[in-house]
Design a binder for this molecule. Structure first.
Ligand code: PLP
Length: 356
């Protein structure tokens, strides 16, 4: 038996896990500093942990009410109708739901380069082909209407990431709005706000009242520290929000994820600590790394280090795991997630030693 031809589909390469690296190096995972996947260094919201423990004995039933509760709570927070909140298994799941909703065999999408690997993966697995717009290092990866429109040619979906992974650059709201207005009526602009909590820039939420071709991705993986539970969602315009019931995987988010999400939303102390910690760490890295870095709106910093694969490998030998950005097309850059204060100091010291 053979699969369909997947030769044009590039496998997702994730940041390396602590257990994986510890096993390989024969080290204790607790001694490693893992700053390669933009996870929350403070762990999950403690309130969410408690709820998950308590809910363990209820996992034999489908998450009907918890799914509804989380949807309604998010709708309240964002001042939208519950139907406009599409819960999904991670933010990545929302990308798939949009692909299912909009893409036909042979459609084209437009994604940033460098950029998040799952946009092309999701689009390709739904029969689309992928074009790119270039964020150029020479312009500090600047994001603008013009940069996207230069490469735009009627694609069905255009992906915008702000703050952008892996560079940290941001697209101002008025530029996003101009983009939504400039593209064809039948082009969807997806604004990926996975790192939206870490920036002072406003969300694109305001656009979905006026523009029926804008959708927004959010996730519980980063600020709320629930990456392991796979909870994300999208906010979509009212006009086509009812498509969700036709395309979603039933009970898109599992029960523990829904309950943890509800608890984490209200855990303001955890969010505050996470966001303030990230702000401190990104400034510290920018001030102290002996490498060129870029301003970042996210919980990570991009640094130019020469041979990224070699630097990441050498840092790993010293117990610090960072992301070699070669798979993003930036073979001279590494991305370092904001850690706790001690983790961040250790990472900077180690990377500086490696660079020396
Ligand atoms: C982390 C991330 C997501 C979503 O991740 P999930 O864990 O699937 O919620 C989406 N977009 C970008 C750019 C990300 O970095």
């Amino acid at each position: 038996m053979e699969t369909r031809d997947l030769s044009a589909h590039v496998p997702y390469s994730a940041g390396r896990g602590v257990e994986e690296v510890a096993r390989e190096l024969g080290l204790d995972p607790d001694g490693l500093v893992k700053l390669s996947s933009n996870e929350n260094p403070f762990g999950p919201s403690p309130a969410a942990v408690e709820v998950v423990r308590d809910a363990a004995e209820q996992v034999h039933t489908y998450p009907k009410s918890s799914h509804t509760d989380l949807t309604e709570r998010l709708a309240e927070r964002w001042s939208v109708e519950p139907a406009q909140v599409w819960l999904s298994p991670g933010g990545d799941g929302f990308l798939d739901y949009l692909s299912r909703t909009f893409l036909h065999e042979g459609d084209r999408v437009l994604a940033p380069d460098p950029g998040f690997a799952y946009y092309p993966m999701s689009a390709r697995s739904h029969g689309a082909t992928v074009d790119r717009y270039r964020l150029s290092k020479a312009d500090n990866f600047e994001q603008s209407t013009e940069v996207v429109l230069d490469a735009y040619d009627g694609q069905r979906i255009v992906y915008v990431t702000t703050p952008h992974n892996p560079t940290g650059s941001e697209m101002p709201l008025d530029e996003i709005e101009a983009l939504a207005a400039a593209v064809d009526e039948e082009t969807l602009v997806v604004v990926d706000e996975a790192y939206g909590k870490f920036t002072d820039q406003p969300s694109a939420r305001s656009l979905i009242d006026e523009h029926d071709n804008v959708a927004i991705l959010r996730t519980f993986s980063k600020t709320y520290g629930l990456a392991g539970l796979r909870v994300g969602y999208g906010l979509v315009p009212a006009d086509w929000a009812d498509a969700y019931d036709r395309i979603n995987t039933p009970f898109a988010v599992n029960k523990l994820g829904c309950l943890a999400g509800l608890a984490a939303l209200d855990d303001e102390e955890h969010v505050r600590r996470t966001v303030e910690g990230a702000r401190w760490a990104r400034e510290y890295m920018r001030d102290n790394l002996d490498a060129r870095t870029w301003e970042s709106g996210g919980n990570f910093v991009l640094a130019e280090v020469g041979d990224a694969a070699a630097v990441a490998e050498a840092a790993q030998q010293e117990g610090v795991i960072i992301r070699d950005c070669s798979s993003f097309g930036l073979s001279d850059c590494v991305r370092i997630t904001c850690g706790t204060e001690p983790q961040t100091r250790t990472a900077v010291e180690t990377i500086n030693e490696v660079l020396e």
